[in-house]
Each structure stands twice: as C-alpha cells, then as structure tokens.
Design a protein around this ligand. Structure first.
Ligand code: 6PG
Length: 470
C-alpha cells in the first residue's frame, strides 16, 4: 500500500489532520522529526488505521504514491525551512509540498520560489479551527500553484468543514494568497476577541455582573445577527467552574494575553499596504498592554481614574451594548476584507472576497452567521470598498451607531478602556467624513519641511513660505 498523502509533524494539529484524512478514505503516511512521537502516535491513536508510520524522511517519501502530496504541519519559521531543506532534495518534479502552518506570507513566497526552481509544486495553506477543527473539519485557505491545488482538491473537500455553501476550503490565488488570507483571518479573530473582552469588562466591572449572568447575555447575543463561534465559546468559558475551587475558572486566569504573531503581522501588512485596520491594530496593542502586568499593577496605585461602576440601568445598557459590539464586529470584518481587497490588487492574488467569506462560514475561528450577508454583499458587488456601504450593514450602522457612541462615552466617563470599540467608531466616523482636518496636517508639513500641498480651489502643487510677513 502506498499512501495518497503524507503528513509531516506529529504535534496535535498534524495528528488530527492525519486522522481526519485517513477517516475520509485516504491512506496517510506520517513522519515526525523525533521518532518517539511518531511511535507514540502509531501505537496509540493511529492503531488499526491505514496510517503508515515512517522514521526517516527517505522512508516517508518512499511510502507516498506519485506525484507525492505532502502536508507539513510544523511550527512556523525556522522549523519549516529546516524541514524543507531535508525534504526538497528527495522529491521529484511534479511532487507537491504544502505548508499548513501559520507561516508569514513573505516566507511562503520565498519557499514557493525555491520549490519552483526544483520543478516542485507548492501551496501555502492556512488551516483554521484548532485541534477540534483539524480532526472534524477545518476551514482551509490555500494559495500557490493552482495545479498543486487540483492534486489535493478532493482530499480538502472531503476533510474540510461542511459549510452552508459547500466545503469550507478554497484556492485563493497564486503565491502567498492562502497564507495572506489566513493571516487576515487571524487579525479579524484578534479584533473580535478584544471586542468581546471589552464587553465582558463593561459588564463585570461596570455593572457588577457575575460570570453566569454574563454567560446569559452572550448566549442571547449568539442567537442574533452576530452569533458565531467566539460568542459561543465565551458563554461556555463564563459558565465553566474550576473543579478544584468551584470558582468560575475565567476569574482565576492571569490577565496577560499571549500572542504568536499573526495579528501583529496582519497589522504590519496593513501598514505596509496603506490600508486602515485600526480595530485589528488596537486588539494587538491591547494584548501588548495586558502583558505589562507588573507595570500596570504599580501604575494602578499612582494614576487615578474614575469609579468603574457605571450607575446605569442594566437592561438598557446591555441592550445598547449589543449594538456597540455588533458594529465593532462588523468593523473587524470590514477592515480585514478591505485589507484583502487592497492586498489582492497590490500582490496580484486575484482574490474573490465572496469566496473568502464562503470558506470562513464554517470550521474556522471567526465563523459567524454574519458571513452569510457578508458573502451576499460581496457577490452583489465584488469590489465593494467597505462592508458598511452595503446592506444590511449600512442599516446596522444607522440603527446602532448611537449605541456605539453612548456605550463608548460611558466607558470613557468611567475609565474602562474599550480600544476596539473606540477605534471602530472613529474608523467609520473618519471614513464617512468628507472633509477631515488633514488640511491642517498638510499645512504643518509644508511649514516645517516644505513638503508642499494641494489646494481645493486651484490645480497644482503649492509651497508657502509660512514665516514670511504677509
Ligand atoms: C485558527 C487560529 C490559530 C491560532 C491561534 C492562536 O485559525 O485556528 O487562528 O491558527 O494559532 O488562535 O493565535 P495567537 O497565539 O496569536 O492568539
């Protein structure tokens, strides 16, 4: 028996994907850098399945039917390069190598070039859904050589999460298109998580609500227009009690958020492109500030604030908090999709944004009922500049921007930080303002640096000697 596909890297994601692929009828060969882990897998979860365990790269490569199809699931960065260095020389023209980790898109471009020089096919594949998704149906975002995608299309369509509009996998374009889409997916993930955390903070510190009470609110919201995986798990987290103490576990967790870098990359890439993604950026900075635990603890005794108790009617506040959260979540998708639109134009991905929305409908971390109208809006207008310009988002803005203003205003008055919500509001307010104060910035630039400016009443480029006496 030869395996139809090979998986390298037997950490949880690799193991679960191998089991998912085998379970859908494709024999799999597996390999891990340290043999011990492969052995454990072979004798444990892989036992009795059509999974060929191999202990050298040569053995692994020999176990695969041709053209070989290899999915690498190792930690992003140097480990991927180290693996490719060993693997590439063993392969033959037409073999396909796929990197299923969260690799930086620039690394993917470089590796794809190296593969191409050897006559190999290469795909950068973003896989979302965590451990459970890998085993039971992830969302798969592929980019690179199209012929390569055709070699694995059937496997991906079988293992991906079944969405309402077909299996949640897709080929998004050449080069690093797949990893770029996954990176922006993670940027949106950061922004939604931060928005939810801010709502939790307002309810907890501002209204004095218990975790169970807050769970009830998230449960209600999850049944509404913005319902989705991140709301669902938030409810479950809030209800979970620590078996040892009987306390809500969330309240026993240290308040410093870690990050592996994809939200940061998404923001860096937005800055490089010159596309506005402030809510995603604020979510990254919020995690960074949270990590300054000791400094925050020290500053809390030095810099005074205001009483966080909001002193408002709980029912009214929660009702309006929904609107604030809803618009902030739309802003996260709107910014991420705008970034993808601009990246596609600059990098030649040829992305179909409606197809991206379709692939995000199930399996991934940002799956949400919102993706149904998002996809529809993008099908109706593939080059839509910003989600808020299309229905139902335009009406959502009309209906809820008063709530977003009210909630963030109250948060400001009580010193509870809500950077994601604030930035979502400022973003849309700036976007819908015909005349911004950037004229003054141009004047300042021209004053100190002779950077010139344009006028609204005349064609041309102008410079003024601002200090000359008029
Ligand atoms: C997914 C997730 C996943 C990511 C984790 C952790 O789509 O399944 O985005 O790929 O690695 O969520 O990311 P951070 O450590 O950066 O929070």
């Amino acid at each position: 028996m030869r395996a139809q596909i090979g998986v390298i890297g037997m950490a949880v994601m690799g193991q679960n994907l191998a089991l998912n692929i085998e379970g859908k009828g494709f024999p799999v060969a597996v390999y891990n850098r340290t043999a011990e882990r492969t052995r454990e897998f072979a004798e444990g979860r892989a036992k009795g399945r059509r999974i060929i365990s191999t202990y050298t790269l040569e053995e692994f490569v020999d176990a695969l039917a041709r053209p070989r199809r290899i999915l690498i699931m190792v930690k992003a960065g140097a480990p991927v390069d180290a693996m490719l260095e060993g693997l590439f020389p063993l392969l033959e023209r037409g073999d396909l190598v796929m990197d299923g980790g969260n690799s930086h898109y620039a690394d993917t471009e470089r590796r794809l070039g190296e593969a191409e020089e050897r006559g190999l096919l290469y795909l950068g594949v973003g896989i979302s859904g965590g451990e459970y998704g890998a085993l039971c149906g992830p969302s798969i975002m592929a980019g690179g050589h199209r012929e390569g995608y055709e070699l694995v299309r059937e496997v991906f369509e079988r293992i991906a999460a079944p969405g309402p509009e077909g299996p949640c996998c897709g080929y998004f374009g050449p080069g690093s298109a797949g990893h770029y889409v996954k990176m922006v997916h993670n940027g949106i993930e950061y922004a939604i998580m931060e928005t939810i955390a801010e709502a939790y903070d307002l309810m907890k510190r501002g209204l004095g609500m218990s975790p169970d009470e807050m769970a009830g609110v998230f449960s209600d919201w999850n049944k509404r227009e913005l319902g989705g995986y991140l709301f669902e798990i938030t409810e479950r987290i809030l209800r979970y009690r620590d078996p040892g103490t009987g306390e809500p576990l969330v309240e026993l967790i240290l308040d410093t958020a870690k990050q592996k870098g994809t939200g940061k990359w998404s923001t860096q890439a937005a800055l490089d492109l010159g596309t506005p993604a402030p809510t995603i950026a604020m979510a990254v900075f919020a995690r960074i500030i949270s990590a300054f635990k000791d400094e925050r603890a020290a500053a809390s005794g030095v810099l005074s604030g205001l009483d966080p108790a909001l002193g408002v009617d709980r029912g009214e506040f929660i009702g309006r908090l929904f609107g604030a959260v809803y618009l902030s979540v739309i802003a996260a998708y709107a910014q991420g999709l705008r970034q993808l639109r601009d990246a596609s134009a600059e990098r030649g991905y040829g992305l179909e944004l409606a197809e991206v929305a379709r692939v995000w409908m199930a399996g991934c971390i940002i799956r949400s009922v919102l993706l149904v109208p998002i996809r529809k809006a993008l099908l109706d207008e593939p080059d839509l500049p910003l989600l808020f310009l299309a229905e139902p988002f335009r009406s959502a803005w009309e209906e809820y921007h008063g709530d977003l203003r009210w909630v963030t205003c109250i948060a400001r008055e009580h010193g509870i930080p809500t950077p994601a919500m604030d930035s979502a509001l400022a973003f849309v307010d700036a976007y819908r303002t015909e005349r911004l104060p950037a004229n003054l910035i141009q004047a300042q630039r021209d004053f100190f640096g002779a950077h010139t400016y344009q006028r609204i009443d005349r064609e041309g480029t102008f410079h003024t000697d601002w200090e000359a006496v008029a």
